[in-house]
Design a protein around this ligand. Structure first.
Ligand code: NAP
Length: 464
């Protein structure tokens, strides 16, 4: 049985690796998902068939309660609320890691790692690391959830000597781990829980709204490492592999997003990046104001029909309005008129990594018309029209010109270089980072005020 389960765990692990590979491109993502589902089914069935499972009723009850809650949430959740849902789920992974470590500490015989007061040193290290990472993930994810849900301000919360305090708590955690390993003391373990809970809270608190995407993927990575820690405690190879896959892919994604946002990965891990400048000036764009020119959908249709090239820049507002289908219809009509139409995707457009790609794929936008920032930014200089639909921060030149801005340093889509820029949005509100966008006042900008879907549908009507 042991050899068979090891073999099946290996097959499941390979499925998970294939799943990650598949998810790296929109074309293969469905297949990737399928691999993931097959792998998870094999993993669950194999685990349930292990001889250590002595009774099923608790497991079935857990699956029924957890599965039921998950089903209801999945049915109800709006696409735009997914980031906070992900953050909430990460917190549960962290909490589970803490619970598993605590139960292993109080019943080590059940885990085959010793007896109370004399637990194997290696197991104590694994337990302590799982507890610390799990507790940091738990409170960090709760703060991220509260920020994304708007329960607390998205602005960075900074106070003097914050980094020193974080560093001191980090060192204290290491000392407590050493104490636990030396003494088997329950006080040491509970102190690790307490200090790590505080650390998770303090690490995420100073992070500003515009940097939340990186935080989400970083917490995703932490939750993976916490799961790997549980795997060591439970001596379950598959959990170790799966946790490590989640941990490392989350870390790679964070690295890619840091590069996209021009941030340092070390600052993210240590918490509080971008905090100082953001605190100084959130909400102030330093914009030179001019007059705002509002246009009609008919104006937009006329200009785009007569253009040679149009670059569409989708953002969070497109997701809110669910305007992707109308948008594709508009693009199809323009293509029929001989216009070259492309889509430009900023790495943090929307509210989760890949948000815009998912919505455009849902509307069957051809993949070869969708370009990443670095592949298309040059084209704005020769484009006739930039059609910005519900995007704001990702086009804001304050990221290049205002060192005091919370988004300073983030690469942006250079929409202002196009001959005409349309901004579809409901009013003059700032984007997620709370910074005014001076492009709204530029002479080559025309605002198309209204709900993104409604306005696009009217453009479609006027184009037909
Ligand atoms: P954004 O800066 O948040 O701007 C979205 C704009 O859409 C708003 O200015 C809003 O203006 C408009 N809008 C909202 N609902 C609309 C509707 N129904 N119809 C038309 N317009 C609507 O969005 P973004 O340019 O996509 O930038 C993303 C921001 O979110 C960045 O700051 C990024 O750092 C942050 N973020 C990203 C992620 C991620 O993983 N991608 C995660 C968390 C945070 P009105 O209210 O005036 O209409």
């Amino acid at each position: 049985m042991e050899t068979l389960s090891a073999l099946l765990y290996l097959v499941a692990s390979v499925c998970f690796i294939m799943a990650l590979r598949g998810l790296s491109s929109p074309e293969t993502s469905r297949q990737g998902n399928l691999y993931g589902m097959v792998g998870m089914t094999i993993a669950i069935l194999t685990t349930l068939a292990l001889p250590i499972v002595q009774s099923y009723w608790m497991i079935v009850l857990g699956i029924a309660i957890g599965g039921g809650i998950g089903y209801v949430i999945a049915k109800k959740i709006e696409m735009t609320a997914l980031p906070q849902l992900v953050a909430a789920f990460h917190s549960l992974v962290g909490l589970a890691a803490v619970f598993v470590a605590l139960s292993a500490f109080y019943s080590p015989e059940a885990y085959g790692i010793g007896v109370p007061g004399a637990i194997a040193k290696g197991s104590l290290v694994e337990m302590a690391l799982g507890t610390a990472i799990g507790a940091i993930t738990f409170t960090g994810s709760i703060v991220a959830f509260a920020k994304l849900q708007g329960l607390v301000t998205g602005k960075p919360l900074v106070f003097p000597f914050q980094h020193h305090l974080n560093a001191a708590l980090g060192v204290l955690t290491i000392l407590l781990i050493l104490w636990l390993v030396q003494s088997n003391s329950s006080a040491a373990l509970w102190l690790i829980v307490g200090v790590s809970l505080a650390l998770g809270f303090l690490l995420i608190l100073p992070i500003g709204g515009a940097d939340m995407p990186v935080v989400i993927s970083m917490l995703n990575s932490y939750s993976g490492w916490a799961a790997a820690g549980i795997g060591f405690t439970l001596q379950n190879n598959l959990l170790i592999i799966t946790g490590a896959l989640v941990g490392s892919s989350g870390a790679i994604l964070s690295y890619i997003m840091c590069k996209g946002m021009n941030r340092s990965i070390f600052n993210v891990i240590l918490g509080g990046f971008g905090g100082e400048s953001a605190a100084a000036a959130a909400g102030v764009g330093g914009a030179e104001r001019g007059t705002v020119k509002a246009g009609s959908p008919e104006d937009a249709a006329y200009i785009m029909k007569n253009a040679q090239s149009v670059i569409i820049v989708p953002g969070y507002g497109m997701a809110v309005a669910q305007a992707q289908h109308a948008l594709r219809e508009m693009a199809d009509l323009l293509k029929k008129e001989g216009v070259d139409v492309k889509y430009a995707i900023h790495p943090v457009a929307g509210r989760m990594p890949g948000h815009m790609n998912v919505l455009l794929a849902e509307a069957n936008v051809p993949y070869d018309e969708v370009f990443e920032l670095e592949d298309i930014n040059r084209d704005f200089g020769t484009a006739d029209v930039a059609f910005v639909i519900g995007a704001n921060d990702v086009t804001n030149p304050a990221a290049k010109t205002d060192p005091q801005s919370p988004i300073y340093g983030m690469p942006i889509l250079d929409v202002e270089k196009a001959k005409t820029v349309f901004f579809i949005k409901r009013g003059m509100a700032a984007g997620y980072a709370g910074v005014e966008n001076e492009l709204f006042f530029r002479p080559n900008t025309m605002m198309l005020f209204g709900d993104a879907k409604k306005v696009t549908e009217e453009v479609v009507k006027a184009t037909e």
